[in-house]
Ligand binder design. Sequence first.
Ligand code: PLP
Length: 636
Amino acid sequence: MEEAELPDAYAGAGDERYRVGAWGGGYFKREEGGDLRVFPQGPDGHSARLDDIIDSLNEQGLSDPYLLRFPQILENRQARIREAFEAAIELYDYPQPYRGVYPVKVNHNHIVVSTLARAGRAAHFGLEVGSKAELCLALTIDLSAEALVVCNGFKDRDYLELAAHAASHGRRILVIAENPQEVDDIIGTIKEVGVLMMIGLRARLHSEGAGRWLESSGAKGKFGLSTMEIVEAMEQLDREGLVENLRALHFHIGSQVSDILNLKEAIKEASRLFCSMQQRASGLDILDIGGGLSVDYDGSRSATDWSMNYSLHEYARDVVYIVKSICDESGARSPTIVTESGRALTAHHAAIVVSTLRVVGEHEPGDYARHDTKAVQIADLKETLEGIKHENYREAYHDAEQLLNELILGFKMGYVSMEDRAVGECLHNDICASARRLMRNARKASGVVREDIKDLERKLAPKYVCNFSIFMSAPDSWAVQQLFPVCPLTGFDDARGQAATIGDITCDSDGKLEHFIGQGKSEPFLWLPELEPGQSCLIGMFLVGAYQDVLGDFHNLFGTAAEGVIEVTGEDEFRLIDTDEGSSVESSLAHFGFSPHQMVRAFDRKVDRSRSRESVQDYRGAFLRVLHGNTYLQKP
Ligand code: PLP
């Protein structure tokens, strides 16, 4: 049997165990003692303890689950990306500027969009939209006159007409044709409204992305024009006298491209295409390379799905260098480089903090002495338990597995009693718990443990039930098995830790976290403090600022979490810029057509008036309290 290192959850303590330094991007760190601090302006800025922030939210009368937002992190991410491109532009003496645009679908929250727009104004930061609703949003945001509004997504006439009118009113609209039909529609709209919008074509590149969203790119991607469609679109624009309005080539090979080689291939292919197109469309001066810049969720700096094998500076240098060298070689004018990074801008700025409610599945030594048992396997299990020791714990574990299987089979066939089965299960659990203890000791001594025994830790890991809904607060962990870093907010005595998993409070068996970050691969449990009955601890889930806010759903009618928008103003000093108590039961119900007003009337009609006045009042009071209250569990 292969010998292997135990999962990370065992190794080290504090930061080494949770690897905050690796995934925190300089925004989160564990201080000595294990408490977590946030540095919203980056590692050199001021910091505050997350636990103190939670205390101040509690003092405002709010309660968990909490979504914490740090707009300063958004500003810092935006500055870091821009500075990386500016440094690359200077390094390679690139003749054109860099322009960032934010794809609002990644997080539509007003505080997110307005912070990025305000902080990016001087650098002409723009927005990317993919629907009519998003276009409306963008048109109300204060951008510089030079900032682009890139119009992507499927478009109908209303969408195009609004874009055209916005262009005529001075907005710098770049409307991207995603397919040949849209080329016709854009030409039709320009003629009808009489406004010359800037036009872009989205290319369906041969080069593919990497990682979880690989399939959104390549020849079978949902969006973009094939090379022949691009040739035909340019001919059509030429015939219509609009080829000079063709200003941009755009591509997007998928989100979270974890391998830089895929990005480099795509940029090379797009740059060649750009140069060929510019020969026939001399106004072409923008290369919009879409999103895809990754976030290192697991801190492994590798090409695995939830990481990236490159740095931000490497990305920017590769983009600028490849575009410049291909343009120079082809004698083309270098384009303004536009990126549509969403995940890399927003992921770090938000964290979820939840409290544990109870621990289920913790090992309790079995109380079986008083039972009179008959099955022969019980005697064997007792003997195994009595004889388990360092030299044989692996064998004892295997024996216990086999004896329990026999007992269950016997129970199913009708010759093992319920009591015998119950005692057998308790004995089996006790043997597993002893084997686990001996295994941990063995690991301390030798550093290795066998694979099959490792499975024990997973089987015995208790579940910490936490006050939140995965489907609302971290839907991608369920939908696409995304790994988000998770760790306790405060340090704890290591000797009082245990390997555990996490469950939410939805009535759905998928509402759980059973994969946690490890060294490049996920681990089946997290190290959490053992809790006394009635005791609770706070657990944070980090880097949830991209996509999670907008994808969350109301499973079981659990609504949005309470929210705190925080600015760190000095060392250990912060202010709450904004707070929100999260969805009430009535607002969650209203999403699904249940008007609170009508519900109260329906309740009043249905209540049995023949009961005593006091009982009706109590019933009505309880109904209204719940209706107006929070959807999550409230502490007594
Ligand atoms: N641009 C387009 C066209 C997209 O579809 C997306 C999302 O997939 C993005 C930009 C944002 O990508 P990311 O969040 O990986 O930066």
